[in-house]
Design a protein around this ligand. Structure first.
Ligand SMILES: [Zn+2]
Length: 127
């Protein structure tokens, strides 16, 4: 006679609840480009360790020059509430990383925009 085991040998690892997952997702941004990292099933087991949104960002990381771009923006924000971010991709990445760290937000035409999806020139301002 076969009995159903109460401890199956294969268990699909999943977050316990949707709310836990949503909370994890909400504050997860790429350490390199500063964009939101979309949760993927393959990361279920090591979501806490995921730092980059892509292989390209993992390879790129954050360089000393990137850190300097962030410092430059913060220095400009020390004397005024809002500054226009250079339209280079490196400057935009720096601005997004600063948003992820808190204290600043991105603005277009006076409205706060999502750093992950904003297109075109934007300003960064202290909250
Ligand atoms: Zn990225």
């Amino acid at each position: 006679m076969r009995r159903r085991s109460t401890t199956p040998t294969t268990v699909t690892r999943r977050p316990h609840t949707e709310t836990t997952r949503a909370a994890d997702i909400s504050d997860k941004t790429c350490a390199s480009c500063g964009r939101r990292i979309e949760w993927r099933r393959k990361w279920a087991a090591n979501w806490d360790d995921v730092r980059y949104c892509s292989d390209a960002c993992r390879r790129r990381g954050v360089t000393a020059a990137d850190g300097q771009l962030e410092a430059d923006i913060l220095a400009r924000l020390a004397t005024t509430r809002s500054v226009t971010v250079d339209e280079t991709e490196d400057a935009r990445r720096a601005a997004r990383r600063l948003v992820a760290k808190g204290d600043v937000e991105l603005v277009q035409s006076g409205r706060v925009v999502d750093p992950s999806t904003a297109k075109g020139p934007f300003q960064i301002r202290r909250i």
